[in-house]
Write a protein that binds this ligand. Structure first.
Ligand SMILES: Cc1ncc(COP(=O)(O)O)c(C=O)c1O
Length: 363
């Protein structure tokens, strides 16, 4: 019986994981996954198509993606002395970190609620995971609880998403600094949402022996390319890089990301307008009866909805052709919560209208 084989050979921690679920968005306005809603201008597309046309794929890619790395260093203002490694999305970097720093009895520490892949990757890499709850009212770092957990568990790896997903807020930089000083292992500041905030630890690489910054190009508008990076002290990067598969960044991604970053101004304009529309959406939600939007430095907004109504609002929006993310049910601190990604102004208007309609139905 195949079930017996599965039970015997698939590791129990893997069997226990619920697979990462991606909702089907066919035919819907897609505001569930923190993507940039804008596509590329025509001239850019033509130049890109020409570049691809002249690219050969019979050879393996450059294993260290030299040109792309140089471009990333420049466009993300990575300090000159820092080491850099690239991943197939920052998800893959989390996995590399787990491979390099994991092992029997080792722990990954993060906060709750936060990005689910920290917990999932720890689980399937055989690491212990400890999630320290954020404060209940405003999702801030609970400094005393963090310091106590660090002392108790001595984590090999500590992840802080800055801004945090799914709450959208920035943590207090002074508290983060004290956490870095207290942590015995490596602290990763995950700046996936960097295009939507002015705060960053990037320029502070080197100030701490045990801090590295993770970035991705996904949220700025290149989610389809799958490219993330880790920048930090070269001694750490050199070791972690040993767990990277030799050709993890394919030829088309190297070429396309390097090309796109040469035109970064286009993406800066897009992310700038997403920031502006985030303000517009925030004000719209503030005016809705029973809705509490949380402050956001990211390209999404977390919303608390009237008790027991999140599912009905989510379904009503879907009926009206809008897909957002239902967080209610995913974590006790996210009870009644939904998350909306900022879209184009047309998408935002359609979503706001649909949201108001849904509230009329459920209240
Ligand atoms: C905090 C955080 N880190 C990392 C990622 C993963 O990004 P990537 O697309 O580079 O794998 C996400 C994606 O949602 C995220 O929210």
């Amino acid at each position: 019986m195949i079930e017996e084989l599965i039970t015997r050979w698939i590791r129990p921690e893997v069997r226990a994981i619920r697979a990462y679920h991606v909702a089907d968005a066919s035919g819907l306005i897609k505001l569930d996954a923190m993507e940039n809603p804008f596509t590329w201008p025509e001239e850019l597309r033509d130049d890109w198509a020409r570049l691809i046309r002249d690219t050969d794929v019979n050879r393996y890619p450059d294993p260290v993606a030299r040109e792309l790395t140089a471009r990333l260093r420049d466009s993300m203002q990575i300090p000159g002395g820092a080491g850099v490694l690239l991943g197939n999305g920052s998800d893959e970097i989390i996995q590399m970190l787990a491979l390099a720093l994991g092992g029997e009895g080792r722990t990954v520490l993060s906060v709750e609620p936060s990005f689910v892949m920290y917990r999932m990757i720890a689980a399937f890499s055989g690491l212990e995971y400890v999630g320290v709850p954020l404060t209940a009212d405003d999702f801030a770092l609970d400094e005393a609880a963090m310091l106590a957990a660090i002392e108790e568990h001595e984590p090999a790896l500590l992840f802080l998403a800055y801004p945090n997903n799914p709450t959208g807020n920035l943590f207090d930089a002074a508290v983060i600094e004290r956490i870095i000083h207290a942590a015995p292992g490596l602290v990763i500041i995950d700046e996936a949402y960097a295009p939507f905030t002015d705060a960053s630890f990037m320029s502070r690489i080197g100030e701490f022996e045990n801090m590295a910054v993770m970035r991705t190009v996904s949220k700025m508008g290149l989610a389809g390319l799958r490219l993330g990076l880790l920048a930090g002290p070269p001694e750490w990067i050199e070791q972690i890089d040993k767990t990277r598969l030799p050709y993890n960044i394919n030829v088309l991604t190297q070429l396309s990301a390097e090309f796109a970053l040469r035109h970064k101004a286009v993406f800066d304009e897009q992310t700038g307008s997403i920031r502006t529309m985030r303000g517009y959406l925030m004000r719209s939600f503030e005016q809705m009866e029973g809705i509490e939007p949380f402050p956001s430095d990211a390209n999404f907004i977390l919303l608390k909805t009237p008790h027991g109504k999140a599912m009905a609002i989510f379904e009503s929006l879907k009926q009206q052709g809008v897909l957002i993310k239902k967080l209610d049910g995913s974590h006790p601190m996210l009870e009644d919560c939904l998350r909306v990604t900022v879209g184009t102004s047309e998408e935002n208007s359609a979503m706001v209208t649909a949201f108001e309609q849904s509230l009329g139905e459920v209240l």
